[in-house]
Design a protein around this ligand. Sequence first.
Ligand SMILES: Nc1ncnc2c1ncn2[C@@H]1O[C@H](COP(=O)(O)OP(=O)(O)OP(=O)(O)O)[C@@H](O)[C@H]1O
Ligand SMILES: [Mg+2]
Length: 221
Amino acid sequence: MITIKDLTKIYNPGKPNEFEALHGISLEIKDGELAAITGRSGAGKSTLLHILACIDDYQSGEYRLDATLVKNLSDRQYAHIRNEKIGMVMQDFALVEDMTALENVMIPLDFAKVKGAAKKEKALAALKAVGIEELAKKPCSKLSGGQKQRVAIARAIVNEPAMILADEPTGALDSKTSAEIMELFKKLNAQGRTVVIVTHDKEAAGRCGRIIEISDGRVVI
Ligand SMILES: Nc1ncnc2c1ncn2[C@@H]1O[C@H](COP(=O)(O)OP(=O)(O)OP(=O)(O)O)[C@@H](O)[C@H]1O
Ligand SMILES: [Mg+2]
């Protein structure tokens, strides 16, 4: 469960290039929701997603993830929350291109200290869950955009997080592949995971149960 109250994000606070990107956002996302965050370029979607993902901090207000107030934690505590609760899918896939699909998916397991046969087993199960186990041994540089996105999603779910966050997961894909990837997110959501997707794409947003629109650093619906 995500609870955000009056949250303000300022980039470069106190500096001449100070910029307030989020102006007192309040928002609740319940466990098991499939939500799209939409809005124009520069509205603050990625800023909000990075805060939700515990990869960026904020200035005032509150972000609670389940029972934890996510504020002023140590690097170790942030890393722990990320590892335990959050699977993040980046816009540009952020895969290691010369590593295989399987090796990419095993990366988060190193952080979680999963070892030996269990590591490979878990990574293969994640690749199977996204429908590309047969590509396990292929280097990512040889995969299509849609296949890369599936590897990135497998990597995000391999630690079995309760929440998947994705920034423009269909931004680089054609419409047919986008629809397939959205179906995959729907399936992962139907299995009980909370899924939050930032998207410009109206069709992709329409496939989600809920649309949160951000305009100029504020939630409008
Ligand atoms: N690191 C940063 N330093 C300063 N300003 C930033 C930084 N990152 C983002 N901003 C500014 O904050 C605002 C919101 O940016 P953000 O990246 O959240 O927008 P967005 O809605 O994700 O846009 P897009 O759809 O283009 O990805 C923009 O005006 C942007 O210029
Ligand atoms: Mg963005």
